[in-house]
Structure formats: structure tokens, C-alpha cells
Design a binder for this molecule. Structure first.
Ligand code: NAD
Length: 294
């Protein structure tokens, strides 16, 4: 069994991005700039945004953290987004989800300029991705595709089963795996799917994004399967200083006995997500340079 080491691959990607930043600097050009908007003080969101800012520093990007109070109104958040859309020194920005309940998430995501939507959440980018056009691919699916590519996991003609149909992971994964050049036969499963284990036992590749710790067990997979575990759940654990352990959606012990390739949690998909957000920001900067013929 080969562990798909997201930490290692993401570091390689970050090194490649750093090299591109050095070239931009040598050419006297502005380096990429990513901004993150965070509303409120959700613990996990603070951690995620903190890691994103740190990753920007590591590759030589400029980063801005716009931390707004929990009681920020939808109107003032929309004004902030308008400001970021029109800031020529900014290549891309993300709005950290979830937003407080009184803000309409969809309205906010629709307000982001698709050219700066490095999270790839805007419907224009989603549609362009589905039509094989130039777009921003959401960072987690982008990271999974990159990991499969770098470990040379065969996808052509294989049966890929995606578990979970969220807009940020499952649904885009099902589209990407069926694209020309990847050529998987895809089954997208969800909470209403009947006899899930029967379907997963037929899978050559399983991508699971569910949020239920250790849901996928060894008896649900066939020998030689590739399993990508997207799940991240904080499970209370008094033996840890933080008071919790991070669990994936895969029962690692039983699945690792049958799988050929498997992502660990942590250290699999998670680090890839941040690296691909940086990659999207670099792409945004490169597209801007091309457009402005700088
Ligand atoms: P979500 O929470 O929005 O949705 C879960 C999906 O699981 C739904 O589509 C639902 O239909 C499906 N589901 C629920 N029960 C099921 C069952 N019994 N059988 C089959 N399908 C079932 O999904 P999400 O936002 O993609 O998040 C899923 C997990 O991935 C979470 O743990 C989240 O924290 C994690 N995540 C990790 C990263 C990363 O960078 N590693 C990124 C995004 C999400």
C-alpha cells in the first residue's frame, strides 16, 4: 500500500510556486497577492485562514487578512467585496465559509468577481469547469486531481465512486473525474443512495467527502482500490492537549489492508487544498499579466 503523501506533494508545489515568484521579482513585476475575508470568530475558520496566510508568506506572496466582526451586515460585507473586486493590487480573494447565519452565503459568493474567485465557488467558474473551459477549479478537487496525477494513479476506464455531493468537493470531483483525459466512469453517491457498500465494492477509486468519522470500512472496498479521504472531523479526545483528534471518513486500519493507494488524515488532502489555493492565485496573477500584456 502506498500512502498518498499530501504533505510532501504540497511542499513540492509550494517550492514550484516560490520559484515562479522569484522569476516575477527578477522581472521587476508585482508578486501575487491573496486576501482572505473572515467574518466572526469560528475556531476552525480562524485556524484555516491562519494556515492560508502562513502559506502565502512561505511562497513569497503578499497576503491580507480582513477580519470582520460577527455582527457585520450583509450590506457591509457586499461593499467590502466590491472594494476587493476593484482593487488592482489584488489577484484573488476568498471568503471563508461558513458565514454567520444572518448573511446569505449564495449572495456573497455571487458578488465575487469570477476573475478573482480563486476558491472557484462562483457559478461562472463552476460552469466553465464543467464545460472544459479555462476556470478556477475549487482547491480541494484541484488538489485531489494533482495528487492522483503526481502518483500516476491510473484513472482511464476505471470506476470512480464519489461519496458526497457537496458543491465544493463531491459534485466537482464527479465532473473532473469524468473529463476527457481523466476518463473515469463515475458514480456519484449521497445520503439517499441505496446499498452503498455494493457500489463501493465495485470501485477502483473512491473519493469520500462526507464528514462521518471512519465511515468507510475494509469490508466496503475491493482489493487494490485507491481511496481519497477528504473528511476532517474534530472528535473529542481528552488525551490530546487541544481536547480533540482529527478523524477522516475512512477507517484507516481496515481499508489500508486492502488499498493500493490511500490518503492519510491528517497529511493527505488537507495540505493539498492550501497548496492549490496558492496555485490558483499564481494562475490569477499570470492571467492578469497576460491580459494587461505587462
Ligand atoms: P457536506 O458536509 O456539505 O455534505 C456531506 C455529503 O455527504 C452530502 O452530499 C450528503 O448527501 C452525503 N452523505 C451524508 N450521509 C451519507 C451516507 N450515509 N451515504 C452517502 N452519502 C452521504 O460535504 P463537504 O463540505 O464536502 O465536507 C465533507 C467532509 O470533508 C467534511 O468532513 C469536511 O470537513 C471535509 N472537507 C475537507 C477539506 C479538505 O481540505 N481536506 C475540504 C472540504 C471539506
Amino acid at each position: 500500500m502506498i500512502l498518498l503523501d499530501g504533505k510532501k506533494i504540497s511542499n513540492q508545489i509550494k517550492d514550484e510556486i516560490s520559484q515562479e515568484v522569484t522569476v516575477l521579482k527578477q522581472q521587476g513585476k508585482r508578486t501575487p497577492h491573496l486576501a482572505a475575508v473572515l467574518v466572526g470568530n469560528d475556531g476552525a475558520s480562524l485556524t484555516y485562514v491562519g494556515s492560508k496566510v502562513k502559506a502565502c508568506e512561505r511562497v513569497g506572496f503578499t497576503s491580507s487578512l480582513i477580519h470582520l466582526p460577527e455582527n457585520t451586515t450583509e450590506e457591509s460585507l457586499l461593499l467590502k467585496i466590491d472594494e476587493l473586486n476593484n482593487d488592482d493590487t489584488l489577484d484573488g480573494f476568498i471568503v471563508q465559509l461558513p458565514l454567520p447565519k444572518h448573511i446569505d452565503e449564495q449572495k456573497i459568493l455571487l458578488a465575487v468577481n469570477p476573475k478573482k474567485d480563486v476558491d472557484g465557488f462562483h457559478p461562472e467558474n463552476f460552469g466553465r469547469m464543467a464545460l472544459d473551459m479555462e476556470s478556477y477549479i475549487p482547491a480541494t478537487p484541484f488538489g485531489i486531481m494533482e495528487m492522483l496525477k503526481r502518483y500516476r494513479v491510473e484513472t482511464s476506464g476505471k470506476h470512480t465512486v464519489v461519496i458526497g455531493r457537496s458543491h465544493i468537493v463531491g459534485r466537482p470531483m464527479s465532473i473532473l473525474m469524468s473529463q476527457k483525459g481523466i476518463d473515469s466512469t463515475v458514480t456519484l453517491t449521497h445520503s439517499r443512495t441505496k446499498n452503498l457498500a455494493e457500489i463501493t465494492r465495485q470501485a477502483d477509486i473512491i473519493i469520500i467527502a462526507l464528514g462521518k468519522p471512519e465511515f468507510l470500512t475494509g469490508d466496503m472496498v475491493k482489493k487494490g482500490v485507491t481511496v481519497i479521504d477528504v473528511g476532517i472531523t474534530r472528535v473529542p479526545d481528552n488525551t490530546k492537549a487541544k481536547g480533540y483528534t482529527i478523524k477522516g471518513d475512512v477507517d484507516f486500519d481496515s481499508v489500508s489492508r486492502k488499498a493500493d493507494f490511500l490518503t492519510p488524515v491528517p497529511g493527505g488532502v488537507g495540505p493539498m487544498t492550501i497548496a492549490m489555493l496558492l496555485k490558483n492565485t499564481l494562475i490569477a496573477r499570470q492571467r492578469q499579466l497576460k491580459e494587461n500584456r505587462e
